[in-house]
Design a protein around this ligand. Structure first.
Ligand code: ADP
Ligand code: ADP
Length: 233
C-alpha cells in the first residue's frame, strides 16, 4: 500500500465569485521510502499539494490517503494528530524562534507528542548530533549560519520520528554549496527510511531526488524516475 495516495484530488478556491482549481483531479501514489521533488511554475499547485499531504488543508473533492487515513474524513483533532505523528515540516525561511537555543527548538514538538516522551532532551540531542550540530546546541539562530539554522529546523522536523518529511523550497535561502550539504542530509535521512517530498524550482536540487514530478495549472504534466545524485556508494 502506498504511503501517500491521491485519487482525483481536487482543490477549488473561490475568488470573487470565480472558481479556481488549484488542483484538478490529481492522482498520485508515493511509496514508503520514496524521495520526490515537486517542480512547476508559480501558481501550478505545488503549495496546495504540499498543504494537503501535510494534513494542513483538506480536498474539495477526491481522496487523499496518508498512511492509510483519508484526510477528507478526519476531524480537526485527528488531522492535528496525523501531523504530529506522521509528518515533519521544513520551510525555506527555517521558521525558528529567534531567542531560543537549538536544543529547545528541537525539543518543542515533543511537548505536543502524546504520550510526551520522558527522554525528550536526549532525543533532541541525538537528532542535533545526527544533523552535525552536537557542538551548537546552546546557540540561538542568530549565532548560526543559514545552513546550520536549516539543520536545526530539520532536527526539529524529525525529532518525533515522522514517516514523511515535507520541505517547501528548503534550499531557497541558501548558497549552492550549503544547498548541496542540506540535500546530502535529506539523502541520508531518506536512506534511513524516511519518505522525503520537497518542492523546488531549482533543477539542480531536483536531481537529488529519485523521482521528479512536475505540476502545471493544477495537473501533473510529468512524473519521472531518475538516478539521484550522489550515486549510491
Ligand atoms: P504554487 O505553490 O505552485 O505556486 P499554489 O498551490 O500556491 O501554487 O497556488 C495554486 C493556485 O491556487 C494559484 O492560482 C493560487 O493563486 C491559488 N491559491 C492558492 N492558495 C489559495 C488560497 N488560499 N486562496 C485562493 N487561491 C489560492
Ligand atoms: P509559494 O512561494 O510556495 O509559491 P505562494 O506565494 O503561492 O507560495 O503562496 C503562499 C501562501 O499563500 C500559500 O499558503 C497559499 O495557499 C496562499 N495563497 C496563494 N495564492 C493565494 C491567493 N490568491 N489568495 C489567497 N491565498 C493565496
Amino acid at each position: 500500500r502506498p504511503l501517500i495516495s491521491a485519487r482525483d484530488l481536487t482543490k477549488i478556491y473561490r475568488l470573487g465569485g470565480e472558481d479556481l482549481a488549484a488542483l484538478d483531479h490529481v492522482s498520485l501514489d508515493i511509496a514508503d521510502g520514496d524521495f520526490v521533488a515537486i517542480m512547476g511554475p508559480s501558481g501550478s499547485g505545488k503549495s496546495t499539494m504540499m498543504n494537503m499531504i501535510g494534513a494542513l488543508d483538506v480536498p474539495t473533492s477526491g481522496e487523499l490517503l496518508i498512511d492509510g487515513r483519508d484526510i477528507g474524513r478526519l476531524s480537526v483533532d485527528e488531522l492535528a494528530d496525523l501531523r504530529n505523528r506522521t509528518i515533519g515540516f521544513v520551510f525555506q525561511q527555517f521558521n525558528l524562534l529567534p531567542r531560543t537555543s537549538a536544543l529547545k527548538q528541537v525539543m518543542l514538538p515533543l511537548l505536543y507528542a502524546n504520550p510526551r516522551p520522558e527522554n525528550g532532551e536526549e532525543m533532541a540531542r541525538r537528532r542535533l548530533a545526527q544533523v552535525g550540530l552536537e557542538n551548537r546546541i546552546s546557540h540561538t539562530p542568530r549565532q548560526l549560519s543559514g545552513g546550520q539554522q536549516q539543520r536545526v529546523a530539520i532536527a526539529r522536523a524529525i525529532v518525533n520520528n515522522p514517516k514523511i518529511l515535507l520541505a517547501d523550497e528548503p534550499t531557497g535561502a541558501l548558497d549552492s554549496k550549503t544547498s548541496e550539504e542540506i540535500m546530502q542530509l535529506f539523502t541520508d535521512l531518506n536512506r534511513e527510511g524516511i519518505t522525503v517530498v520537497i518542492v523546488t524550482h531549482e533543477p539542480e536540487i531536483a536531481l537529488w531526488a529519485g523521482r521528479r514530478i512536475t505540476f502545471r495549472d493544477g495537473h501533473i504534466v510529468d512524473d519521472v524516475r531518475q538516478k539521484p545524485i550522489p550515486l549510491p556508494a
